[in-house]
Design a protein around this ligand. Sequence first.
Ligand SMILES: O=P(O)(O)OC[C@H]1O[C@H](O[C@H]2O[C@H](CO)[C@@H](O)[C@H](O)[C@H]2O)[C@H](O)[C@@H](O)[C@@H]1O
Length: 243
Amino acid sequence: MNDPLPPPPADLIDGASLYLDFDGTLVEIADTPDAVVVEPLVPDLLATLTERLDGRLALISGRAIDGLAAMVPVPGLPISGSHGVETRWADGRREGPDRADGLDAAIAEMTAFAAKRQGVLVEEKPFGVALHYRGDPGAETDAHALVAGLAERTGLDVQTGKMVVELRPAGVDKGHALRRLHAANPFAGHDPIFVGDDDTDEAAFVAATALGGCGILVGPARATAARYRLDDVTAVRRWLKGA
Ligand SMILES: O=P(O)(O)OC[C@H]1O[C@H](O[C@H]2O[C@H](CO)[C@@H](O)[C@H](O)[C@H]2O)[C@H](O)[C@@H](O)[C@@H]1O
């Protein structure tokens, strides 16, 4: 595939509001969710950017907020978690929906599925659940079929990702997350820039563009709503340091 997307200019975030994905963007993908290595330079970089942007920096992740906040201990950093389902604002206020009926039963079925396949694991989240098959790629088809069936029965939506398929509340995605954060101070009125690598990030690229900003895809060229592209996590960190 030809790559029509240039790297972002160094001054793109001047005066902007910056929204960052986590896995595959700020940290390298690892074998399991808990195996991710967060070097000290990551929270240090986020703290520096928060100061430089007068607080206009937030994480928008597929991970649940509590786990992510523990991995990235930056005081006052707003976080949207679980693919836009839950929010932690800079002052610590939390927002999220009720836990869906049927979620516990879905977790039980996924756990039974994983118990029969070494390398498949279940990641529980407060409002959803992810089924990871990075440790057993051959389980992909069955994992997707299981989660599609559970989505029909529970009314939850299917979210795909890198070697993962999950259930999350319907009608919410990272685009909603970006719009929600961007409607509030200090983000509002500044062009939104979103940086991400995965399927779930496309909705945020679309939202950022519609609000007058743009998206930056991380990873190999692909069909995307992003305007710019960076090769990998190292390139993201270099760009953020130089921006
Ligand atoms: O939106 P993100 O912050 O990028 O989160 C997306 C998912 O990331 C995590 O899973 C992915 O990263 C794992 C660790 O590198 C990897 O083992 C897995 O295969 C990837 O799918 C996280 O565990 C999920 O909850 C997030 O939805």
